[in-house]
Design a protein around this ligand. Sequence first.
Ligand SMILES: [Zn+2]
Ligand SMILES: [Zn+2]
Length: 225
Amino acid sequence: MLMHEAAVPPFMKNGFVLACERTHEAVLIDPGDEVDELLDVIDRKRFDLKHILLTHAHVDHVTGVARAKRHANVPVHLHRDDLFLYDNAVQHGALFGLDVEQPPPIDRFYDGSVITFGDYTVSVHHTPGHCPGGVCLAVSRTSSPPQERAAPDLFVGDTLFAGSIGRTDLPGGNYEQLMRSITKVLFAFGDEAAVYSGHGKETTIGRERRTNPFVLEWLARHSTS
Ligand SMILES: [Zn+2]
Ligand SMILES: [Zn+2]
């Protein structure tokens, strides 16, 4: 898989272009203020953008959706439970003193069906806690036989970070729910799975399971079963 990642101030939020090396079909994940760099990569490498996928709808993750949609008229996907955040992106931006462009209407709400680009499949897993409609996008090769199947790449939004966890003090946040999403949903992908967070550097499920202080503290309190 081909991947390009970018982040710019003030939010330093990671946006991603993922593309199939064979077909050049691509998806764009969480286009924010860095969207021009990502669209430039798509143009220069002649990628064929198929979908705009959102891990959640906090303002830093959606400020580039309008520009991306104008650039390539492809469907924008979001979990339905984050629509209230998406619809208020302009007002949330104003709280930070930012002039945010109204994002276009959501085309598709995640409904459990997989999304494909070239030889890759994206499966969508609901991981509420940081916000009600947070999801993990698990990306893997479509057709490899089970014994050859590598661990997926996980695009987790702001649910889990290298050495930290998502905040739960924003509207709709819930700490217990977040920790269940991390330890039950994300950890089920196995220690080898790579984790690409909404902010900061990449990590793995194994590293966070063993060393993340927030995870260790929660597991210690829930280790009776
Ligand atoms: Zn967020
Ligand atoms: Zn964020």
